[in-house]
Design a protein around this ligand. Structure first.
Ligand code: KIV
Ligand code: ZN
Length: 387
């Protein structure tokens, strides 16, 4: 039976940490409502202690979200946890996300503490959070650089204290997929009772491996993936939601599934891009403008004959109406004939040969030949003959 992978969206918390991407409450509400409709399981609405604005956003998002769990971040600090609980008071399904750094680097350099003290604080935080809400997620910050034996000790302690989800962040984007997968597997095999909680993957993209690491985690026992729309987030960003969802849909069918309505992915991406003033790169997987655009002659000829020759995803499945055939100097006759036909110009073989020569001249001068250009070219080359 196919296992459900829970999608935890942190666009409004980790994603919003991108410099210059600050959202106001009404923008956050629009995005949260859309995420809820799209089927995400958890919306991390903010970090309530961080500012009155963030606190207010978590309160308002809690009021409007109908299906998803609403989550608020906190450090393993009493005031943070109490503030998160207060901000989540209207949520139908509230979750407090609390945690602390577990790598030696964080323990020594950030906390000037010992490993034992970290476990004590972790357990204390989970117990306090648990006194407010049933659903408590614990994050072991910098788990990617934490040695597996100590990580398992921390996770064992917080599972015992009542955590319902254990988040294993690769905070610095340091792990290779085989290492991150092995880390998850190590926890599965060495923490008693871990089968009763969700293991969550939270990956950053410093080496461009966030999506690969998240999938490795799923293959090794993680049942939740934390991600953001368009992969937005600190530094090089977080795991891109649309990538994880489509990898699971496209390559892991039968084994895993998510509840995401994939046809909303492109619209969601555009909404977040616009509200956060962060352009999506044209070649971004799944949601970029060029994700279903074909410009070289060989590819265009294949796609016109059968879409599957150069596309592994039907663009409609992610909310893109059609694959596009972009006319450039690399395009062949079949692409030109196809585009001309789309605007009502049916060219015979002889006409196509004549028009194609002029098309190449124009294409060499311009980056892209558009519909108006096609009309002008056809008119110029063929109108004496057709008249
Ligand atoms: O990357 C990270 O470690 C985080 C935690 C706060 C969950 O974002
Ligand atoms: Zn993060």
């Amino acid at each position: 039976m196919s296992k459900k992978i829970h999608i935890f969206d942190t666009t409004l918390r980790d994603g919003e940490q991108v410099p210059g991407c600050k959202l106001n409450t009404s923008e956050k509400l629009l995005i949260a409502a859309q995420l809820d409709t799209m089927g995400v399981d958890v919306i991390e609405a903010g970090f309530p202690i961080s500012s009155p604005g963030d606190f207010n956003s978590v309160v308002e998002i809690s009021k409007i979200v109908k299906n998803a769990t609403v989550c608020g971040l906190s450090r393993a600090v009493e005031k943070d946890i109490k503030t998160a609980a207060e901000a989540l008071r209207y949520a139908k399904f509230p979750r407090i996300h609390t945690g602390i750094g577990t790598s030696d680097c964080h323990i020594q350099k950030k906390f000037n503490a010992t490993r034992e003290q970290i476990i004590e604080r972790a357990v204390g935080a989970v117990k306090l959070a648990k006194s407010f809400v049933e659903d408590v997620e614990f994050y072991a910050e910098d788990a990617g650089r934490t040695d597996n034996e100590f990580l398992a000790k921390v996770i064992q302690a917080v599972v015992h204290a009542g955590a319902t989800v254990v988040n294993i962040p690769d905070t610095t984007g340091y792990c290779m997929p085989h290492e991150y997968g092995a880390k998850i597997r190590y926890l599965v095999e060495n923490v008693k009772g871990i089968e009763n909680v969700h293991i969550s993957a939270h990956c950053h993209n410093d080496l461009g491996l966030a999506t690969a690491n998240s999938i490795a985690a799923v293959e090794n026992g993680a049942t939740q993936v934390e991600c953001t729309i368009n992969g937005l987030g600190e530094r090089a960003g977080n795991t891109a939601l649309e990538e994880v969802v489509m990898i699971i849909d496209n390559r892991k069918k039968g084994q895993f599934h998510t509840d995401i309505q994939t046809r909303m992915l492109r619209g969601m991406s555009q909404m977040v891009s616009q509200k956060m003033c962060m352009m999506v790169q044209a070649n971004k997987a799944i949601v970029g403008d060029n994700a279903f655009a074909h410009s070289s002659g060989i590819h265009q000829d294949g796609v016109i004959k059968s879409r599957e020759t150069y596309e592994i995803i039907d663009p409609k499945d992610v909310g893109v109406d059609v694959s596009s055939i972009v006319l450039t100097a690399r395009s062949g006759r079949s692409a030109l004939a196809y585009r001309a036909k789309n605007i009502g110009i049916n060219l015979t073989k002889v006409e196509l040969d004549q028009v194609y020569a002029e098309f190449l001249e124009v294409a060499d001068r311009k980056k892209e030949v558009n519909n108006d250009d096609i009309k002008i070219i056809v008119e110029k080359v063929l109108s004496p003959a057709r008249a």
